[in-house]
Design a protein around this ligand. Structure first.
Ligand SMILES: [Mn+2]
Length: 286
């Protein structure tokens, strides 16, 4: 090994290469925020999450998983594009390629539009979304495919998708009606004990195989102020982490963490995003 290999690395990069093991989880960033309707800036999130990731503890005592002993590859970021169509094609194909190699894609956004592409490449799994919003608009700001409409487009293409939206509290009347028609399961933030809330979420997930999408705005802006569309009345960060930990019985086929806006962040939202990423890697690697 050279001194270059020993001490230098392209930063930020969260690969953890372990000799003799092949990575089960493959991370890639999607620095795309071209359809953001309020505060754009999530294009800067992938590297902000990596910076925070390198500074949070990654031993999960509840799961007894230490990420320092888990082989992880970080593939870097998708090439810059402002075209929704190009981003969708690239994310879909990379995700498919990783699935064919039996790797779990761990995608760091970027805005929520990317889930349209990544989930399309997985299929068959329940779609477990954490989001303040339903993202079921028919169109928004003259766009048919954006971070406010991606879930509607998915459900229109395949009405058999088993979708659960946890923490949802902000949507138009039409979106709530569409959700009811399409039998999207919605679990808003509720005044339940943590144990009861976790139980409620668990009972709403019908399949063992899941794709998990975490829009950070599911958490109250008091805990995560640096997001594209902050929405009061959200989960606490502890509730989010507890509900995610409860997915330990599921088989996680892929996941994403989206909508962090480092430009309006104090650092607390990036730390939460990094913790969520680490926890999902821990769950997926078991
Ligand atoms: Mn949202």
């Amino acid at each position: 090994m050279s001194y270059r290999d020993l001490w230098l690395s392209p930063a930020p990069n969260v690969s953890n290469i372990i000799e003799g093991q092949s990575p089960k989880v493959s991370i890639f960033g999607v620095p795309f925020d071209a359809t953001s309707t309020y505060r754009s800036g999530s294009r800067f999130a992938p590297n902000a999450i990596r910076d925070a990731f390198l500074n949070v503890e990654v031993y999960f005592r509840d799961l007894d998983v230490d990420l320092e002993k888990v082989c992880i590859e970080d593939l870097g970021n998708l090439k810059q594009t402002s075209s929704v169509q190009n981003m969708v094609v690239a994310v879909q194909r990379v995700t498919e390629e990783l699935r064919q190699m039996s790797k779990v894609p761990a995608i760091i956004g970027g805005e929520h539009t990317l889930t349209y592409a990544s989930y399309s490449a997985i299929r068959g799994a329940s779609l477990v979304v954490f989001d303040a919003h339903l993202d079921l608009r028919d169109e928004f700001a003259d766009l048919r495919l954006s971070h406010a409409t991606y879930l509607r487009r998915l459900l229109e293409e395949d009405d058999s998708i088993d979708a659960v939206v946890i923490g949802a509290r902000a949507a138009s009347k039409e979106e709530w009606e569409f959700a009811e028609q399409r039998k999207v399961k919605i679990i808003p933030p509720q005044d339940l004990s943590l144990e009861e809330y976790v139980r409620k979420v668990k009972s709403s997930i019908s399949q063992r195989s899941v794709y998990v999408s975490v829009d950070l705005d599911v958490v109250d802006p008091a805990f995560a102020p640096g997001v594209g569309n902050p929405e009061p009345g959200g989960l606490t960060s502890r509730e989010l982490l507890a509900v995610l930990t409860a997915l330990r019985g599921c088989s996680i086929l892929g996941f994403d963490v989206v909508e962090l806006d480092p430009l309006t962040d104090t650092g607390s939202s990036a730390a939460l995003a990094a913790k969520v990423l680490a926890l999902l890697i821990a769950l997926a690697s078991r």
